[in-house]
Design a protein around this ligand. Sequence first.
Ligand code: 6R9
Length: 654
Amino acid sequence: MSGNVPASKSYPPSEETVAHAHIDAAKYDEMYAASISDPETFWRNEAGRIDWIKPFTTVKDVDFSHGNVSINWYSDGTLNVAANCVDRHVETRGDQTAIIWEPDSPDEEALHITYKDLHTSVCKMANVLKDLGVSKGDRVIIYMPMIPEAAYAMLACARIGAIHSIVFAGFSPDALSARVNGSEAKVVITADEAPRGGRNTPLKTNADQALLHCSDKVKCLVVKRTGGQTTWTEGRDFDYNALAAEASADCPPEEMNAEDPLFILYTSGSTGQPKGVVHTTGGYIVYAAMTHEITFDYHDGDIFWCTADVGWVTGHSYIVYGPLANGATTVMFEGVPTWPDASRFWQVCDKHQVTQFYTAPTAIRALMGKGNAFVEGCDLSSLRLLGTVGEPINPEAWNWYNDVIGKGKCPIVDTWWQTETGGHLMTPLPGAHAMKPGSAMKPFFGIEPVVLEPTTGEIIEGNDVEGVLCIAKSWPGQMRTVWGDHERFEQTYFSDYKGYYFTGDGCKRDADGDYWITGRVDDVINVSGHRMGTAEVESALVAHGKVAEAAVVGYPHDIKGQGIYCYVTLMGGEEPSEELRKELRTWVRSEIGPIASPDLIQWAPGLPKTRSGKIMRRILRKIAENDFGALGDTSTLADPSVVDDLIENRMNKS
Ligand code: 6R9
C-alpha cells in the first residue's frame, strides 16, 4: 500500500516537561537502540524493578514460528506479584495511601487505603479464599463493582497463586456463566449490587442466574456494597464481610514461577466467542511497572488516576498492578463521567489533586459535547499529564482535551496497546517526543513494529507508508496463550504473517516515521473503547427464535467512535416491526450485556453473499457508513439485487 500520510501538526514537549521527565529525547534514542540490539541485557536490567524470590538466569526464550509458538521470560525465576505490589512497600511507605477510592455518589465519603491497610485486607481475603478451598493454580472469577474489594480480590489471588479472571460487571449472566465454565473456576467473587451513575445493578442476582448453568461445586463469595436484598443459597454462598472479620491477617505469599499464569482476561476476537487471554507472573509485572512509570512520568508523591474499569486490561495494568508495583497512589472510581453531572471527572481531579489522568476518547467526546461550563468550576492545576487509550482520538477531541483540560501545559500520551500486550506498545513519551493529535507516535522500549503489505505479508520499509501492523520480537508483557486452546493462540496471532505477532490493527507510518493506528483490519469493532467481535453479536441475534440470519458491522458514531449496525433476516412468516426491533435490542443486551446493544437494526430480506455463501462484509460496511458510492466489485455476488434493497432501506442516512 502506498502512503501519502501527512506529517501533521506537531507539539514538542515543553522545557518544564522535559526537565521533569525520567526520559528525554537523547535517553530514549539510546535506550531504544539498546533494547533492540541487546534485549537480553536490557530486560535483565529492567527486571531489577521487581523483587525476586529466586533470581532468574535466563532472560528470554521465545519462538514465534507457527506450529511452535512459545514465549517465556525470566522462566527460572520465582516471585510473588502481591508481595511486589503490597508487602515490599509496607516497610518503606506503610502509611502512604495506596488506593484512593471515590464512590459513585459524591455524597458518600471517599476512602484512603494505606499500604498497611491494603496488606491486611489482601491477606484476609487470601485466607478467606484458602478456606473456601482455593489453592495455587485454581481459577477465581471476579464479578465486582469498582470497589476496593475488587483490588483486594485480584491481589489475594496473586498472593496464593490462584489465577483470577475478571468479568466486567456490565456483562450479562450468560456471559458470566460462559467464563466460569470456560475457566473451570472454583469460586465467583461478587457483591450484592453495583452502584453506577445513581443506579444499582443487581450483581448477586446476575451471579445466581449464571450459576444455574455452572457446576454445583462452584462457590460464591459475596461482598456487601449496598446492603441490598439478595437471595442466599446455603452451602454455596458465603458472606465475605463475616468471614473477613474472623480471618487472620497473616498469609505468607506463595512462591510463583515467573511463567505461572497470573490472570486470564476474556476478550473479543474476529471469530467465535471471546478467548481467554493468559498473562503470566514475572514478565507481566516488569512490563506493567515499567510502562506505568515511564509513559506517565510517574514520580513519588503523584496521584495517578486511570478511569478504566478493572474488568478491562487497562484497569488491570494501570489501576492495580503497574501503580501498586511502583508504590504509587492510585485512584479507583466507582462512578461514571456524567453523573450527577458532566463535571464529575473534573471534580474528582480537583478533590484528590490528581497529577496524571488517563481516560478513553469516547469519554472525552461525550464530555466535550456537554460544554466547558462543567470544567470551569474545577481547579485542574494539579494535572501534569493526560493520557488516552482504547481507540484512535480525533483531532477535535484531542484539541479540547489539550486546551480545556490540560490548559495547553500537559503532555498527552496516546497509548496504543491491547489486552494481549499487557502494557503500552506505542506512545509518545512525555519528555522525549513531540505529540501529534491522533498519533501513537513511537514504539516503547523493546518493541519492534513492522508495517506489512496486507496480502503479500512483505515488510514495507521507509516512511510515508501504510499497511497492517505486526510486532517482530517478543516483550515481557506479551500474552502467552489462549486459556485451554494454544492452537487458537497460534492461529489468531501467528498464522497470517509468519514469524510475527499480528496485532489485528492497520497503521500508517508518516513522513517523520511516526505511527498512526488506523483501526482494526479484522471483524472486531470498537464501541466506546470496548472491543467486540461482530461474530458475538451475530450469534446472539441468530439465537433469537425469529431471526434467520444476521450480519453485524461497525459504523462511524460521533460519541462512541463506532456504533453497532445489524442486518437482520427474519424467519419466514415473521413480520418486521418497531416492537421486534426493541425486542432484539433487549435480547442482545441480555445475551451479552448493555455495551453490545445494537444501535441500528436494518431488516434485510437477503444478505450479499458470494456464490460460495460467504457474506461480503465489505459491502455491508460501506452501506452502514453511508458510503455506497464506493462499493467496489459486486460482480462475484450470487444475487447483486439484494444490494439495491439494502442501500434503499439503509438506516444511517447521515
Ligand atoms: C488497551 C485496550 C485493543 C484495540 C487495539 C486498537 C484499539 C487501543 C488505541 C487503539 C488507536 C489507541 N486501540 N488503544 N487504537 N489508538 N491509543 O484498549 O485493549 O480492549 O484489547 O483493545 O483497541 O484497535 O487493537 P483492548
